[in-house]
Design a binder for this molecule. Structure first.
Ligand SMILES: [Zn+2]
Length: 334
């Protein structure tokens, strides 16, 4: 961000100028962390196996913001004179409302669009406050279908997380998309064009990428998280997933805004593609050698990824890959 733009921004928030100057000195690149005081539901650090940094809001360009929660899920919003476009709404209506409150500290423009990037509840269970705010919801057709189909399972696997955060599961209401698309969709808002793309199944069918060409930024769904070991229970094809990530890594963008993990680069996307190919080849080899799934879990420890997010879920990932390789099935989606 140019100094003048930064000062203009500070001028709108004089009380925060000091904190922002401090943040600007401390932070790399051109991303500002905004010291906006909103009570955020703290995510359980223990679940991640290490202390989780607090959630923060990063300004990516003059109109694009990245809500980053290491221990939870991320969101993105674009502010225009005509209103806002939001991607994903966090894991429950209360954190969803906290996100909306945070947006309201930046702008009072109407929420026009909400995109749900994939079917996982931690990206759309916070939809309700945005529905109440009048947003039109959009998702890829497969995402819309699976959201309904696995709603009970998505709730079941989040109950413990809700309890640990003091969130009432009964407050979660399924808010389905008003509009669906198959392959691509363009949303025009406030002079910008936002491009939604379905490149085929990655972490799951329906994974939606969102390009902001004016900001040279790309939002990535469950298919990518920076140094984050993904859940392997949903993908119909790891080969398709790896290919798709290589395609994304070749796109003409400067910044990757993932659904999980911090702001990333195309090199980080390439790194995940390589990790997935490595993990898949290693587990396939174990299956071919006749190793039982329990023995595979004991011996395949992938120490090179021990610092990655969700490394503590490795056993479950190996089990899920065994299911895919041995049966071709994804029982979670039955
Ligand atoms: Zn997620």
């Amino acid at each position: 961000m140019a100094t003048t733009a930064f000062l203009a921004y500070v001028g709108r928030l004089p009380a925060l100028a000091q904190a922002l100057h401090q943040a600007l000195r401390l932070l790399p690149a051109m991303i500002l962390t905004l010291a906006i005081g909103v009570a955020l539901t703290p995510a359980p650090a223990a679940a991640q196996g290490r202390a989780a940094p607090p959630a923060e809001l990063k300004q990516i360009s003059n109109d694009l913001y990245f809500f980053y929660e290491f221990a939870g899920s991320n969101a993105v919003f674009m502010v225009t004179d005509e209103g806002l476009l939001v991607i994903d709404t966090r894991t429950h209506p209360r954190p969803g409302q906290a996100l909306l409150d945070m947006i309201r500290k930046v702008t009072d423009k109407p929420i026009k669009w909400v995109i749900n990037s994939h079917f996982h509840g931690d990206h759309h269970f916070g939809n309700a406050p945005f529905k109440a705010a009048g947003a039109t919801f959009v998702a890829q057709a497969e995402t819309a279908r699976i959201m309904q189909h696995v709603q009970a399972k998505e709730m079941a696997r989040r109950i413990d997380g809700f309890k640990s955060q003091g969130l009432d599961p009964n407050e979660v209401k399924l808010v389905l998309p008003d509009v669906t698309f198959e392959t691509t969709m363009t949303i025009k808002l406030g002079g910008r064009e936002v491009r939604l793309m379905y490149l085929g199944p990655g972490q799951q069918a329906g994974d939606t990428f969102v390009a902001f060409p004016h900001a040279r930024a790309l939002f990535t769904p469950g298919a990518f998280g920076k140094r984050s070991m993904p859940n392997m229970a949903f993908t119909p094809s790891v080969d398709s997933w790896v290919k798709l990530l290589e395609q994304v890594a070749a796109m003409d963008v400067d910044r990757i805004l993932p659904a999980h993990g911090d702001v990333a680069t195309r090199a980080d996307v390439k790194e995940l593609a390589a990790m997935l190919a490595d993990e898949y080849a290693t587990v396939k080899d174990a299956v071919a050698k006749g190793l039982s799934v329990d023995d595979a879990i004991k011996t395949l420890t992938f120490p090179q990824y021990k610092d990655w997010r969700n490394y503590n879920r490795l056993a479950g990932e190996i089990r899920a890959l065994y299911e895919l390789i041995q049966t071709g099935k994804r029982s979670y989606l039955d």
